[in-house]
Ligand binder design. Structure first.
Ligand SMILES: Nc1nc2c(c(=O)[nH]1)N[C@H]1C(S)=C(S)[C@@H](COP(=O)(O)OP(=O)(O)OC[C@H]3O[C@@H](n4cnc5c(=O)[nH]c(N)nc54)[C@H](O)[C@@H]3O)O[C@H]1N2
Ligand SMILES: Nc1nc2c(c(=O)[nH]1)N[C@H]1C(S)=C(S)[C@@H](COP(=O)(O)OP(=O)(O)OC[C@H]3O[C@@H](n4cnc5c(=O)[nH]c(N)nc54)[C@H](O)[C@@H]3O)O[C@H]1N2
Ligand SMILES: [Mo]
Length: 679
């Protein structure tokens, strides 16, 4: 049977699954899907263990102990729904509906489950959640240059002469890109990885540029400096498809390789060699990760990288260009799912999800958040400034409901826990932010225990509250059919019947797909080297390197916290998902802090020591791993371990800040200064 991986990953793999005696027994990659090509990651190959996990939530539960202790007793669904409705009604009566905050993210990327809550919470008039934790900063920067979140189809990289993997650890985060990279390499492509540490992706590249965190815009500007100075630009493309070249060329003078070298931490010769390679041909494909945008200057970085292929005309090469995400490559009509028409006017306040801790603890919030409804997310583990988040979740006067598949850290703080189905147990429609197919997954297993999908659960709550009932009466299949029938021409032809028959359909876009071959959907219709829009947002109109506020240039902080610390994903967890798996925890080892030998010896730290990492927000313990995979001055802490599996019950996000990045409201997870000492 076919299924689809529901997790928040650009690959969105097509799966072949087997079920035996009511249990999922195996999960493999679909060899017939053009992007999956039979390859899936090590996490999802072990999916049976997740679906049948001993930590699976199988019945509704009510809290009987202190918040955070996870002492819960079973109750019936009817009791749970009645309790929630009663509490919400009382809160609406005393504090107004804005005192209710839904909190969700991409536990499931299925469109029905992801958007299941929007209509109910809009109809109640609850606070709105700004779902900013992942892509909004990167997307805002990308749009400033090229107007839309799309780029050349990654399958086209197979024919490239140069592949640049820029701030993307595809070996961990989207393994199918590595299949394409290997094919390109076998054809003779040179592969460059640009990352502050030597990831498994960088190990498989021909060259690794180990940049200092947060300096990619400077590197890209130095590359552009060389391209312009040496005349390695496509004047035809520049004239036809871009805006502001003359101003850019003037501006680039400040970014000579010699000036930029100490900023990025590379030799000037290395920068020049890379620039010449890039400028030698338009057959250059840059795959950019979301990871490099998780800095205070993240949008400007993405905006700057998007300029590179426009200088050499690579956007118009069938094997060149750049891709950050295919999220805006085609347009569905999301009002079908989100139902903004159900919202009261004026629209309720918006709360940025990365500042959940603040929202729950700030005494000036009016009204205060009195009820939290968490689904498809594990904020206790994934949100920045964990100390504040946990303080908020521990509030005795906060009524928290958590709808979950497994007993997460967040669920331990819930007043009511509701059991959720997995993707193997419910219907959903999937799109991807890395490839161009739309897929349907029908249940292959019955709901485990008393689990219900987001769609069903929220439908029940809507009926109990007497709002948005007509929306939920459409049913999940009805909603998918309606959603498919609306949208732009590239998706309008996709039918339910086709998806049921084949499992997936490629959206109707030309091959090769080169959306910026002759311009871009910006205000000027061109790829904008100069952006008047950015200037109106208070940012430089031209691509600019802006040093990190929490970086080595901040002398005052750097005295106490002399090391930069990045916190990227690990191999065997997906954000904090899969941290529940004993098998995958064992494969992952322990939560480690990777340190260069000189940084370790200066602090008397040996490999395997327990170390205390402290940032201006707080401190947590990790196991030291001494390695030349990171440079002196840069500490790497991979992965999000549930804090219950971390020493002292504190996870990596104790270190990170809830500061918003330059645009789009997203987080700066990687902009941390820290000190490390022996624990
Ligand atoms: N195994 C695994 N896979 C995942 C996830 C996971 O947690 N685990 N998460 C999923 C999700 S939600 C997402 S959004 C995607 C994200 O996947 P990607 O887009 O690949 O982004 P990240 O993995 O966050 O970061 C990619 C790389 O950026 C690097 N980086 C950090 N700072 C900088 C910098 O300043 N410059 C440069 N050049 N690089 C920098 C990190 O070291 C990391 O190696 O992956 C998805 N896939
Ligand atoms: N330190 C650090 N922190 C990070 C990041 C980082 O790189 N470093 N990355 C950030 C990024 S990119 C992201 S996207 C966020 C992700 O943050 P989250 O979206 O919270 O991601 P997960 O940790 O995967 O948690 C998803 C939860 O949803 C549950 N779930 C899955 N499917 C369903 C469903 O159908 N219904 C319900 N009710 N529940 C379901 C899962 O069991 C899981 O516990 O984390 C961010 N946090
Ligand atoms: Mo993400």
């Amino acid at each position: 049977m076919l299924s689809v991986c529901p997790h928040d990953c650009p690959s969105c793999c097509s799966l072949v699954v087997t079920v035996d005696g009511g249990r999922l027994t195996s999960v493999t990659g679909n060899p017939d899907h053009p992007f999956t090509k039979g390859v899936i990651c090590g996490k999802v190959r072990e999916y049976a263990e997740r679906v049948h996990s001993p930590l699976r939530v199988l019945r509704p539960l009510r809290r009987v102990g202190p918040k955070g202790a996870g002492q819960l007793v079973p109750i019936s669904w009817d009791d749970a729904v009645a309790t929630i409705a009663e509490r919400w009604r009382a809160i609406i009566a005393t504090d107004g509906a804005e005192a209710i905050l839904p909190f969700s993210y991409a536990g499931s990327m299925g469109q029905v489950q992801y958007y299941a809550g929007h209509p109910l919470f809009h109809a109640l008039g609850a606070s709105r959640l700004d779902r900013s934790i992942c892509v909004t900063t990167a997307y805002a920067g990308w749009r400033a240059t090229v107007g839309a979140v799309t780029g050349n189809d990654s399958e086209q990289m197979v024919g490239a002469d140069l592949v640049v993997l820029w701030g993307v650890n595809a070996s961990y985060s989207t393994i199918n890109v590595m299949t394409l990279v290997k094919q390109a390499r076998a054809r003779g492509a040179h592969v460059v990885a640009i990352d502050p540490y030597r990831t498994p992706t960088a190990q498989q590249a021909d060259e690794h540029l180990m940049v200092r965190p947060g300096t990619d815009a400077a590197l890209a500007l130095a590359v552009m400096h060389v391209l312009v100075a040496e005349g390695r630009v496509d004047h035809g493309y520049i004239a036809r498809a871009t805006l502001g070249f003359d101003r850019l060329a003037e501006h680039l003078r400040a970014y000579s390789p010699e000036a930029v070298a100490p900023i990025v931490g590379l030799d000037a010769e290395t920068i020049v060699r890379f620039a010449r390679r890039y400028g030698a041909t338009p057959r250059t494909f840059i795959r950019i990760g979301i990871g490099l945008s998780r800095h205070e200057n993240g949008a400007m970085t993405c905006r700057t990288l998007a300029c590179l292929p426009a200088l050499t005309g690579a956007y118009a090469d069938p094997h060149g260009g750049a891709l950050l995400s295919t999220g805006g490559a085609y347009g569905f009509d999301y009002s079908v799912l989100e139902r903004p028409d159900l919202m009261p006017t004026p629209a309720p306040r918006m709360i940025n999800m990365i500042q959940l801790g603040r929202a729950l603890t700030d005494p000036t919030m009016a009204p205060p958040v009195r009820a939290l409804y968490v689904y498809s997310s594990n904020p206790a583990a994934v949100c920045p400034d964990q100390t504040l988040v946990l303080r908020g979740l521990a509030r005795e006067d906060l009524f928290t409901v958590v709808h979950e598949q497994v007993m997460t850290d967040t669920a331990h703080y819930a007043d009511i826990v509701l059991p959720a189905t997995t993707s193997m147990e419910h219907l959903d429609l999937y799109r991807s932010f890395g490839q161009l197919t739309v897929q349907l997954a029908r249940p292959v297993l019955p709901p485990q225990g008393e689990a219900k999908s987001n769609w069903e659960t929220i439908g029940r709550l809507a009926r109990a509250m007497g709002v948005a009932e007509a929306h939920y009466a459409k049913g999940d299949e009805g909603l998918i059919r309606e959603f498919l029938s609306k949208g732009d021409p590239s998706v309008r032809g996709i039918t339910w019947e086709q998806l049921v028959r084949d499992g997936w359909v490629r959206v109707e876009l030309p091959r090769p797909y080169m959306p910026f071959a002759d311009g871009a959907p910006t205000p000027s219709g061109k790829v904008e080297f100069h952006s008047a829009w950015l200037e109106r947002q208070g940012l430089p109109a031209l691509p600019t390197y802006v040093p990190l506020a929490e970086g080595p240039d901040n002398r005052e902080l750097a005295v106490r916290f002399p090391l930069q610390c990045i916190v990227p994903p690990n191999r065997f967890f997906l954000n904090s998902s899969f941290s529940q798996s004993e098998l995958l925890r064992r494969r992952q080892g322990t939560a480690t802090a990777m340190l260069a030998a000189s940084d370790a010896s200066a602090r008397g730290i040996c490999d395997g020591d327990s170390v205390r990492v402290e940032s201006p927000r707080g401190a947590a313990r990790f196991t030291a791993r001494i390695t030349d995979a990171t440079r002196p001055g840069v500490v790497v802490i991979e992965g999000i371990w549930w804090h219950r599996f971390s020493p002292d019950g504190l996870g990596v996000n104790v270190l990170t800040s809830d500061r918003v990045a330059d645009l789009g409201g997203g987080p700066a997870f990687h902009s941390n200064l820290v000190q490390v000492s022996k624990a």
